[in-house]
Design a protein around this ligand. Structure first.
Ligand code: C2E
Ligand code: CA
Ligand code: CA
Ligand code: CA
Length: 280
């Protein structure tokens, strides 16, 4: 509770009330969001140390008729709780693959590795997950290695055999895996060995103030050398300025994503980035 002073409790109650209303309104509106075509994806560039485009992360946007633009941090958790995330996640996968199909036909730059898609643990846990991904790849006929599935560390510490088995089945298809928000969860080297991973995404909390904070530098340095030994790429998230990028590069992290290069953009702009071979 942030509020203090004489009216603290009063403010707190108001805030709680607001949250309860929001939650109910969001839940209600979420049920018709797909049918009403209220979701769309934006794409945030991922770049190498020369600023060349190596990929995009697809990020979900919800333009609700009733609530306006609702940020994913406000609705993803609710969608997970009420059992809608699987349907939403399938929509995301399908939309990404259809977009990849279009881009594949236009012709992709040599350095372009593909599109990262956020996978909710609930979505991944479904028995049908592997088949769903395969079906989308088949129906869109995309090169499966263009798909980079972002999973979280927490998924890797629970039910290891079943998670690993699903990942290996998808790996056989050519699909790639990244660990999102790396460093914020519980995974250790021991856990990571079980899974067919391609990349660690360093969480933006370590990137922030990297230029002043020696602790973060040591952490990122450790992640980079560990990843090196395991043959994994490392991509830093949330890079917001040149000093951060410079420190990362000096530490040996050469893949980046963040506002310093580009914010997430609509698909038309992403297409232009690809066609014009824009550097950032
Ligand atoms: P995330 O996967 O860690 O995504 C990165 C978030 O950081 C995005 O927020 C992105 O817009 C934001 N960001 C990018 N560059 C910068 C930067 O330089 N500085 C700062 N401060 N932020 C930056 P967004 O789009 O609001 O998404 C928030 C979270 O919602 C995502 O975090 C992800 O966990 C979840 N999410 C988004 N799209 C999907 C989706 O399709 N499926 C699922 N399951 N979750 C999604
Ligand atoms: Ca649409
Ligand atoms: Ca992500
Ligand atoms: Ca992240």
């Amino acid at each position: 509770v942030k509020a203090t002073g004489r009216n603290g409790f009063h403010f707190y109650r108001q805030e709680m009330q607001q949250q309860v209303t929001d939650r109910a309104a969001i839940e209600k509106a979420l049920h018709s969001a797909i049918a009403n075509d209220e979701f769309y994806l934006v794409y945030q560039p991922q770049v190498n140390k020369h600023g060349q485009l190596i990929g995009f992360e697809a990020l979900l946007r919800w333009q609700s008729d009733e609530l306006g633009l609702v940020a994913p941090n406000r609705f993803i958790a609710i969608a997970e709780e009420v059992g809608l995330i699987d349907e939403i996640g399938c929509w995301v996968l399908e939309d990404v693959c259809q977009q990849l199909k279009v881009w594949q036909e236009i012709g992709l730059p040599a350095l372009f590795e593909g599109v990262a898609v956020n996978i909710s643990p609930y979505q991944f846990a479904k028995d049908s997950f592997v088949d769903t991904v395969k079906a989308v790849i088949d129906s869109t006929q995309i090169d499966s290695s263009l798909l980079d599935l972002e999973i979280t560390e927490s998924m890797l510490v629970e039910n290891i055999p079943s998670v690993a088995e699903k990942m290996w089945r998808l790996k056989e298809q050519g699909v790639r895996f990244s660990i999102d928000d790396f460093g914020t969860g519980y995974s250790s080297l021991r856990y990571l060995q079980h899974f067919p991973l391609n990349q660690l995404k360093v969480d933006q909390s370590f990137v922030r103030d990297l230029s002043n904070d020696l602790n973060s530098q040591v952490i990122v340095n450790t992640i980079v050398s560990m990843a090196d030994h395991m043959n994994l790429s490392v991509l830093a998230e949330g890079v917001e300025n040149a000093p951060e990028k410079d420190v990362l590069e000096s530490i040996g992290c050469v893949r980046y994503q963040g506002y310093y290069f580009s914010e997430p953009v609509k698909s038309e702009v992403a297409t232009r980035y690809l066609c014009d071979k824009v550097t950032f």
